[in-house]
Write a new protein. Structure first.
Ligand SMILES: CC(=O)N[C@H]1[C@@H](OP(=O)(O)O)O[C@H](CO)[C@@H](O)[C@@H]1O
Ligand SMILES: [Mg+2]
Length: 550
């Protein structure tokens, strides 16, 4: 089969995937995401872009994931994954947007020609794309559109089937490191489970097992995959019950369950009976996020979110590094503006770890975390992981340790390097990470929670006529535009003890998000709804002013 680009063939294929009229697409924080019925042409074109990216990068394998994560079942989305499992390079996001918006086949071909010329791509190079989808029914049709895009440019297709998003990131890195010194593992689903299971055993072996954990899988792909993973881990070291595991009944995916629901509603998901002081966790629809929680003895719901996980992980890793006798391995934590103020305070003041704040979106966190020897990054919503730099990995693997304490800590650090999916936040890998730390520390969820108390916080959406007029600075914590709005927010914030509030346009939904926190629940809610009211009134609110806005 010829590998070169045949523009006539592209035009023929493209005719089957006309761009819908009157819609404009944009490759945002999480790739393209919208109603599934609008996405056929977009995904067809993403196939073409994936192949071009592979050609550009010396025929490395590129990943494509079809999912809309925690969003409603009728939505879908797509994102490209670079060779080492990272998010697509930012410069190429613009090409994705240009391709998606080309209004006919001729324009499409011209955009492709431009990408080839500007990037000096050798069209005759081979290209390979590995792809997967979540359990959404629309995924079947959209995978076909992707395959047509790939065939239009004679790419090699590797269908990875129904998988979690982090599994696709994992396998992409595995393919590109196969047989090298940096080999990330076996490029199969089974290889993924084995790697995690072996590492988990190394940390918890010989320690008393924790009580059973219930995991809400959001009726998504996490359900069968967690069950599969559990098969590789003996019951004597992990006791897990998967709930909300119905991936066949329409309308159930993420419906009143899952990590996003639990985080935003601050209550247990549908279908979960949770006795006091027992821990449970929720995954999101593509299993790249996880949050923990429990009910206190008086019935109060307590959330252990991404900030709590970051604090738990950073504390544990710092302790191991100290015990290992290795010197000068620095640990840092990366958060976004949505991190609870109490968590930042705990990390900096109690753990004494440097914390950086970056813009929302995994790529920003990941990039910043790479600057540390060990970079822990988590979004408050439960997406995150830990990155060990190549040099810190080499040092940890090489060190022999002088004392039994050194040796034991080094063994655990080595196991952590394998346990943690370093390509991207991974709910299954993070679940095992948290379970391993809790087992090691013999902590109940309440003991874990005692590190610090979250400031009451609230997230509110405001629907406006054009969210693109909102321009931010300072890791999205301040508004530059609309002019004058930030000053008014500042005046409101000053009225509340420990008050903090910021406004930014969402990168995944057509809304503006308002975040507020303050010393009391009443104060926090009042601040959030006053700022939301301000945004609605002064920046083009539409669709009726919600009654709770002040
Ligand atoms: C407040 C919030 O949770 N924002 C989420 C959401 O982004 P927005 O740009 O806020 O829509 O989706 C992103 C992708 O999943 C995730 O990275 C981010 O944390
Ligand atoms: Mg997700």
């Amino acid at each position: 089969m010829s590998t070169t680009i045949d523009y006539g063939k592209i035009k023929q294929f493209a005719a089957r995937y006309p761009k819908p009229n009157g819609v404009s697409f944009s490759y945002g924080t999480a790739g393209f995401r919208t109603k599934a019925e609008l996405l056929d042409s977009v995904i067809f074109r993403v196939g073409i872009l994936g192949a071009l990216r592979s050609k550009k990068l010396d025929s490395k394998t590129i990943g494509v994931m079809i999912t809309a994560s925690h969003n409603p079942e009728e939505d879908n989305g797509v994102k490209l994954v670079d060779p080492y499992g990272e998010m697509l390079e930012q410069k190429w996001e613009i090409y994705a947007t240009q391709l998606a918006n080309a209004h006919n086949a001729d324009v499409l071909v011209n955009v492709i020609k431009d990408i080839v010329t500007v990037n000096d791509i050798d069209p005759t190079k081979e290209s390979t794309v590995v792809y997967a989808r979540d359990t959404r029914p629309s995924g079947v049709r959209l995978v076909e559109a992707l395959e047509h895009g790939l065939k239009a440019v004679n790419a090699n297709l590797v269908n990875f089937g129904i998988k979690t998003t982090p599994q696709l990131h994992y396998v992409t890195r595995c393919y590109n490191t196969l047989g090298t010194e940096a080999s990330y593992g076996e490029p199969t689903e089974e290889g993924y489970y084995k790697k995690l299971a072996i590492a988990y055993r190394k940390i918890v072996e010989g320690l008393p097992r924790l009580p059973k954990i219930k995991v809400d899988a959001a009726n998504g792909v996490g359900a069968p995959k967690l069950r599969e993973l559990a098969k590789f881990i003996d019951e004597d070291i992990l006791d897990v019950e998967v709930i909300n595991d119905d991936i066949d009944t329409r309308g159930k995916l993420n419906f009143q369950c899952g990590a996003d629901f639990v985080k935003t509603q601050q209550r247990v998901p549908l279908g979960l009976v949770l006795p006091a002081e027992q821990r449970a966790a929720s995954l999101d629809g593509d299993a790249d996020r996880i949050v923990y929680y429990y009910n206190d003895s008086d019935g109060t719901f307590k959330l252990l979110d991404g900030d709590k996980i970051a604090s738990l992980a950073a504390g544990f890793i710092m302790e191991l590094i100290k015990a290992s006798g290795l010197e000068e391995i620095n640990v840092g934590v990366v958060q976004t503006a949505y991190a609870n103020g109490s968590s930042t305070n705990y990390l900096t003041k109690v753990l004494g770890v440097p914390v950086s704040c970056v813009s929302t979106g995994v790529k920003h966190l990941h990039h910043e975390a790479e600057k540390y020897d060990v970079g822990v990054y988590f979004e408050a919503n439960g997406h995150g992981t830990v990155l060990f730099s190549p040099s810190s990995q080499a040092r940890i693997r090489k060190a022999e340790g002088k004392t039994p304490e050194n040796i034991s800590a080094l063994e655990k650090l080595r196991a952590l390097i394998d346990l943690i999916n370093q390509t991207v936040g991974d709910a299954l890998s993070d679940l095992l990470l948290v379970e391993a730390i809790l087992t090691y520390r013999r902590w109940t969820p309440k003991q874990w929670d005692q590190a610090y108390t979250d400031l009451p916080n609230r997230l509110v959406k405001v629907v406006v006529s054009n969210r693109h007029i909102f321009k931010t600075t300072d890791a999205e914590r301040k508004l530059l535009e609309p002019k004058g709005l930030q000053e008014k927010i500042d005046l409101l914030v000053q009225q509340y003890k420990d008050g903090r509030s910021f406004v930014r346009p969402s990168g995944t939904e057509d809304v503006v998000r308002v975040y507020a926190e303050a010393a009391t629940r009443h104060g926090c809610d009042e601040l959030a709804f006053k700022v939301a009211g301000l945004v609605y009134d002064e920046a083009g609110g539409i669709g009726g002013r919600p009654t709770e806005f002040l």
